[in-house]
Design a protein around this ligand. Structure first.
Ligand code: TRH
Length: 370
């Protein structure tokens, strides 16, 4: 997509963990590096951002650098920013992204309405494979007083949605170690999950499997628990910068990932993976998990589809009439089918345009309209 180098402010509040900032940072970085946008990322938890990026990338705002400028969003949210945001905002910014309904500071919203041409305002939603997402993508919500319009931008898995974040620099195969899934006798597994009974059970089954040669776990509460439960069996991996995360995942044959961003990155490897979805109090995550599995397992024959589904349910904590050991063994046996299926899924996703391209197309369309 051809685009003018737009000026964009992205706001993010970190609810917990690294997904909110992981997604927004990735998008901000791509808009700058690949589309030459000027992006200011305003985040309330700069420490979370530091955990996922190289220190070299965190610096004071500086014009002309190929990385987003980072601003601390101080609490309470309407208090001042770490660096001043220009008051004549309408003149300064073309696009505003409110990540995951984080609620922009009211003074900022008021300033948005004062420019000659108000900026385009998007709420970037969480990723979901549910069928309704396409119909809600880009729906408009007019502000009751200020004459501003916010659009809901829904990432997703098909052309009717806002797409998935995928840098242009990424191409298949990114694997550093191509796997022959017909021989699953020396598997290398990578774990980046939440500490929960479901994951602990399945990780224990991996630890006792003769077919698993290596288990690496990203440092954190899960790695700490597993290291105690399976001394000598778990390699704890320190966090790598987000820009090195794809290469880390590509070292392994089977991945367990979580949340939103690592879930998408696992798919770019083309490798078999199990998704531990971020649990929601009202159980809404089960619907989302099933929506994804419905799409992902389409075309995967039995018994492989059931092996993948059941292991996914077990990891996410559903009570099932089988042990974790039985479910993991079924999954191992199904790998000769799941392996090629995973790659075909990824290749299919690669034929679609990526999120930033679709986002920019919406921006250009809306900026041109009177
Ligand atoms: O950390 P997550 O579980 O994040 C979340 C948040 O909890 C959020 O509130 C929730 O709404 C959302 O999930 C769905 O998982 P996620 O999304 O995978 O984010 C992790 C980020 O950390 C991702 O950008 C990759 C990055 N990362 C690294 O950069 N280096 C590493 O070594 C590891 C293990 C992860």
């Amino acid at each position: 997509v051809l685009s003018a180098p737009r000026r964009c402010d992205i706001f993010c509040r970190v609810i917990d963990n690294y997904g909110d900032i992981g997604v927004t940072w990735r998008l901000a970085r791509q808009l700058v590096a690949e589309h030459h946008w000027q992006v200011r990322l305003v985040v309330d938890d700069v420490a979370a951002l530091r955990s996922i990026q190289a220190d070299a990338e965190v610096a004071k705002p500086q014009k002309g650098r190929a990385v987003p400028d980072i601003y601390a969003w101080k609490r309470p949210p309407d208090a001042d920013f770490g660096f001043s945001i220009p008051p004549d905002l309408g003149e300064e910014v073309d696009v505003v992204v409110e990540a995951f309904g984080c609620a922009l500071p009211s003074a900022y919203v008021a300033a948005m309405a004062t420019g000659a041409k108000p900026p385009l305002w998007f709420n970037l939603e969480y990723l979901s494979a549910e069928a309704w997402v396409g119909a809600h993508h880009m729906l408009a919500s007019p502000h009751p007083q200020l004459g501003l319009v916010k659009h809901f931008y829904f990432p997703g898995f098909d052309e009717s949605t806002g797409g998935l974040i995928r840098e242009h620099s990424l191409s298949l195969p990114i694997s550093t170690r191509p796997t022959d899934y017909s021989d699953y006798s020396a598997l290398r597994v990578f774990l980046f999950g939440y500490e929960s009974p479901g994951v602990l059970g399945v990780a224990g089954a991996m630890a006792t499997s003769a077919n698993v040669a290596k288990i690496c776990c990203a440092s954190g509460p899960l790695a700490a628990r597993l290291s105690v439960a399976w001394p000598g069996r778990i390699d704890v991996r320190a966090f790598v910068p987000q820009s090195a995360f794809d290469r880390l995942l590509a070292e392994f044959d089977v991945l367990l990932v979580r949340g939103e961003d690592s879930f998408v990155r696992a798919q770019w490897t083309g490798k078999p993976f199990i998704w531990q979805i971020y649990p929601q109090d009202d159980g809404a995550h089960w619907v989302k998990l099933d929506a994804f599995l419905g799409r992902y397992c389409d075309g995967l024959a039995e018994p492989a589809a059931s092996a993948l589904r059941n292991l996914s349910y077990a990891v996410n904590g559903r009570d099932l009439p089988w042990t974790a050991e039985q479910l993991w063994a079924d999954f191992e046996r199904a790998l000769p089918m799941i392996g090629p299926h995973a790659l075909a899924w990824t290749e299919r996703l690669f034929t679609q345009s990526d999120l930033a391209s679709r986002f920019i197309a919406e921006v250009e369309k809306n900026l041109k309209s009177p």
